[in-house]
Design a binder for this molecule. Structure first.
Ligand code: ZN
Length: 368
């Protein structure tokens, strides 16, 4: 196998363009547009919270309705990479290496090639987002603002993140809490400072109770997920304060993930009440509602027929939490999620090549 296969060549071209979420994705969006001759294209331009120019793309050809394939253009940071993350490389074992190879420029290339191959009477839509790894803002813009996507009356969306081509019918969404206690910085020996940690402590004790309840109370759990209990991960930060300085600012961050059958309100209320009681600031960032379809939903049945594999659920999140506002979503793509977000990120090249006919059938089967 070589990089001469069109899917691998496009995947390699996309990997070679640095599109970490902190940067503008315009170069990679422009490269993708070169592949979309014959498609009607809508550009959704916006400026992210850090003032960086971003673009999501909606592309369509053929009749209205039908199905969409969706992927994101951004990648995680290059943490830990020893080799050049933007130098795509196919090794002797047939693995394509590079930042974004499996999450998810390889899958995006497969989706683009599959949509391009669709016959003239088959509707083919691409929803190409960015900021998936951070805020999901690209997907939110597509769902909320895309005139083209809304006009199509889509029957379903295949989010082509790596699932080993097993249909994922539901996943968790998260609420990110940031609690901040303020003190007064001074030399700790003088007695003139105020240590913010003492103000944070009662809040943390209450969070310990929430954490333990999530682990022990079946009413807060979902047996359809592995693990059945929700993630409630706590990170503490004193922002580099030395031992002889009173802490001016103490921050607790908590990522709470929940699935569709779990009501997040008891947790939301407990966190808000604890912050109020402790007299500290609380910020919340909430993703869209967790997407989940029953195993007998027509879109899940379609995905099951396509792959001959039983649907399952996943503990991680995708753009489906936003895109479900447009049409029902299933997560289905080639590659192994375990290889994502690591400095050894890679994907089996043959898996990308083999996924193209599957994604083409996802668009075509039973249509016209
Ligand atoms: Zn991804």
């Amino acid at each position: 196998m070589s990089l001469s296969d069109p899917v691998l060549r496009l995947a390699a071209d996309l990997i070679a363009i640095d599109s970490r979420s902190s940067l503008s994705n315009l170069p990679v969006a422009e490269r993708i547009e070169q592949e979309l001759a014959g498609f009607e294209i809508e550009r959704l331009d916006y400026t992210d919270a850090n003032g960086v120019a971003k673009r999501a793309l909606v592309a369509h050809k053929g009749p209205r309705q039908g199905y969409a394939l969706s992927g994101h253009m951004d990648t995680v940071p290059a943490t830990g990479w020893q080799s050049d993350p933007w130098a795509p490389r196919l090794d002797a074992a047939g693995m394509l290496h590079g930042l974004g190879s499996v999450d998810m420029k390889g899958q995006l290339a497969a989706a683009i090639i599959a949509a391009r191959q669709a016959a003239a009477d088959v509707p083919a839509t691409l929803l190409i987002t960015t900021d998936e790894e951070t805020t999901k803002e690209g997907a939110r813009r597509v769902a909320r603002d895309s005139r083209l996507a809304r006009s199509l009356d889509l029957a379903g969306i295949f989010v082509v993140e790596p699932t080993g081509l097993v249909p994922v019918r539901g996943h968790r969404s998260h609420i990110a809490f940031t609690a901040t206690a303020h003190g007064l910085q001074a030399h700790s020996s003088t007695g003139k400072g105020v240590n913010a940690n003492w103000k944070l402590l009662p809040f943390l004790a209450a969070m310990r109770e929430v954490h333990d309840a999530l682990r022990s109370d079946p009413a807060l759990q979902d047996a359809d997920y592995d693990p059945p209990f929700s993630d409630f991960n706590l990170i503490l930060d004193n922002h580099g304060t030395a031992m002889n300085v009173t802490v001016a600012k103490a921050t607790a961050q908590i990522k709470f993930r929940y699935s569709a059958k779990v009501d997040p309100k008891p947790v939301l209320h407990a966190v808000r009440r604890a912050a109020r009681d402790a007299g500290i600031d609380l910020a919340e960032q909430m993703e869209g509602f967790p997407p989940e379809l029953p195993a007998d939903h027509p879109l899940i049945a379609r995905a099951t027929r396509l792959t001959n594999r039983a649907p399952r659920t996943a503990p991680y999140g995708t753009d489906a939490s936003e895109l479900q506002a447009l049409a029902p979503c299933v997560v289905l793509g080639p590659g192994d999620i375990a290889l994502a977000h690591t400095p050894q990120e890679c994907v089996r090249a043959q898996d990308l090549v083999d996924a193209v006919p599957v994604l083409a059938r996802a668009l075509r089967d039973g249509i016209a």
